[in-house]
Design a protein around this ligand. Structure first.
Ligand code: HEC
Ligand code: HEC
Ligand code: HEC
Ligand code: HEC
Ligand code: HEC
Ligand code: HEC
Ligand code: HEC
Length: 350
């Protein structure tokens, strides 16, 4: 994973937003910026007041190369009612920094390191540095699947601490949790409500916003079968999405004909598209990009569920068929799916 939090004085190359041309949306200059945050989809900016940081009121849309306002609106994040309305009423300590640093101390407001450092996934490491043994460091690779996934879910989820406020403030990250423990002892995932579409979820409880891979993945049969996030992601790598291989090769490494989890026939027999078609990419149907990270920019769902045309009609959640075949109706997709003998019409064409 990349280091997304940078001091622009030390790392001017990290600044992706346009600070040279005036823009009515951007009401601050680079001199006000203590940290830049992100840069893949969006970049946000923090300024320092006293010993707290605060988000500045504009963000850079990387794809569209333009400034957008940045303000967490009422009716979005659960913590909004507990803070004043202005960005300067909302320090980043309780609302952001726990996931973007190592060892954020809720009393002293100090961190040992910004960004996703080793200790966030491997637990405290000073004893290990002094005298390295396998026993004095957490290796997520040898934890049980719940604890192993919890290492990732501590940051890649929406939820709230079991007990809030802490030190008088409302925290949006699992205060006190360290890798190797059970996250459920500190944190509850955002409550799912079937049939409701809101900021966090679609009606079928697929996540609606980004950074909810954990909320999604725990719903998947792959999680139930004890897969871990890092069975697919190579987290020490800085490849796009930290994927070790691109395209269907990742999925087909396990989903072989020989494997009980595998496809029964060829890829084409499963997808009903030519093998090289965009309609034969596993991610196109099982990881549709429907979770919003910034306006008009979406990341991949991690429930791995196939969303049916019928669900689109019932609740508006986009299905992969008519998202790609934009000129076709849900009725068309349902009729096509009803012809497939590789899957049951009871499940996908009702
Ligand atoms: C519960 C943990 C958590 C909290 C709290 C959190 N983040 Fe993040 N943030 C993440 C994770 C994980 C990512 C990685 C990308 C993703 O999954 O969306 C991320 C990514 C980002 C990015 C980079 C996106 C990009 O395009 O490169 C920015 C900017 C960001 N967060 C800002 C914030 C701000 C501002 C706050 C506070 C208002 C905040 N985060 C609170 C976990 C968190
Ligand atoms: C985002 C989480 C994360 C971060 C940050 C991280 N690691 Fe890891 N690390 C893992 C996971 C997960 C594994 C197990 C991977 C596997 O088995 O596929 C691992 C495995 C390892 C291993 C191999 C252990 C073994 O004996 O097999 C070493 C060594 C290691 N990490 C060192 C580091 C160092 C040093 C850093 C900081 C520079 C670091 N890691 C940062 C998640 C992380
Ligand atoms: C079965 C494989 C698999 C598992 C398990 C998996 N992912 Fe992913 N993940 C992917 C693929 C493939 C992509 C790229 C999707 C795309 O861009 O079309 C991806 C993308 C991502 C991204 C980039 C942003 C996005 O959502 O597109 C993040 C962050 C991420 N995964 C985190 C996680 C976390 C955290 C877990 C565990 C809770 C997890 N993943 C489990 C396969 C997997
Ligand atoms: C301390 C919080 C934290 C933890 C723990 C964490 N992540 Fe992340 N993750 C982030 C942030 C922040 C980013 C955004 C980095 C960026 O934009 O490059 C990110 C980005 C990613 C990405 C996308 C990389 C890309 O292309 O930008 C993947 C995939 C991912 N994380 C998987 C994992 C997995 C798997 C684990 C568990 C082994 C894990 N993360 C643990 C905070 C965390
Ligand atoms: C490390 C092995 C592994 C990898 C890699 C993998 N899978 Fe799986 N997958 C499994 C297992 C095991 C199951 C569970 C099969 C069962 O018990 O019925 C499964 C089940 C599934 C299911 C059934 C429904 C569900 O809720 O999970 C889908 C869909 C699926 N995988 C899609 C994918 C896609 C898409 C990819 C690539 C992004 C992928 N898998 C990568 C092992 C893997
Ligand atoms: C064009 C859409 C589409 C593509 C592309 C696609 N699938 Fe599927 N997949 C489906 C549908 C539809 C189902 C049935 C879902 C259900 O019954 O709930 C399904 C079901 C599955 C299942 C559950 C067991 C089974 O065979 O029914 C697995 C595993 C799976 N897909 C893996 C994959 C893998 C791996 C790829 C990439 C090689 C892939 N899929 C590509 C549409 C697709
Ligand atoms: C990521 C894009 C994508 C997705 C998702 C997708 N398709 Fe396609 N589909 C294509 C493309 C491209 C073609 C053109 C022929 C080819 O490449 O196979 C096509 C061709 C077809 C055709 C034959 C030509 C036609 O237009 O009549 C049918 C039928 C079809 N798709 C049905 C579906 C159904 C049903 C689903 C959902 C299960 C689906 N597709 C999902 C991209 C997609």
């Amino acid at each position: 994973m990349a280091n997304i939090l940078r001091d622009p004085r030390q790392h001017p190359e990290a600044v992706v937003g346009d600070f040279t041309h005036p823009d009515p949306v951007r009401t601050f200059t680079l001199d006000d910026v203590a940290f830049t945050y992100g840069g893949r989809f969006k970049q946000r900016y923090f300024t320092k007041r006293g010993d707290d940081y605060f988000p500045l009121p504009a963000q850079w849309d990387v794809a569209k190369k333009k400034w957008l306002p940045y303000h967490v609106e009422a009716g979005t994040d659960w913590w909004v009612p507990f803070y004043g309305p202005a960005n300067f009423d909302r320090p980043t300590g309780p609302t952001c920094d726990g996931c973007h640093s190592v060892n954020y101390d809720v009393r002293t407001k100090q961190v040992t390191e910004w960004n996703v450092g080793c200790e966030k996934c491997h637990g405290p490491g000073s004893a290990h540095v002094a005298h390295a043994t396998k026993a004095n460091i957490v290796n997520p690779g040898t934890l049980d699947f719940v604890r192993a996934n919890d290492v990732c879910i501590q940051c890649h989820s929406q939820g709230r601490p079991l007990h809030n406020p802490i030190e008088g403030r409302y925290f949006d990250w699992p205060v006190g949790f360290t890798a190797g423990e059970r996250l459920a002892d500190y944190w509850q995932l955002e409550e799912t409500k079937f049939g409701t579409t809101n900021f966090f979820q679609y009606a079928d409880v697929t996540s609606h916003k980004n950074r909810m891979q954990g909320n999604d993945f725990v719903q998947s049969t792959m999680y139930h079968r004890q897969l871990r996030c890092f069975d697919c992601h190579e987290v020490h790598s800085s490849a796009v999405s930290s994927l070790p291989v691109s395209g269907n090769a990742l999925c087909l490494a396990c989903h072989t004909k020989e494997n009980p989890a595998g496809l029964r026939g060829t890829v084409s027999e499963h997808t009903h598209h030519a093998a090289k078609s965009a309609g034969s990419q596993c991610t196109a149907c099982h990881m549709p990009r429907i979770e919003q990270t910034i306006k008009d920019n979406y990341v991949a769902a991690h429930t791995f569920r196939f969303i049916t045309p019928d669900e689109t009609e019932k609740s508006g959640i986009p299905n992969p068929c008519t998202s790609c075949h934009k000129d076709k109706s849900n009725g068309w997709a349902r009729e096509e799916l009803a012809k497939w003998t590789s899957t049951s019409p009871w499940r996908v064409a009702q």
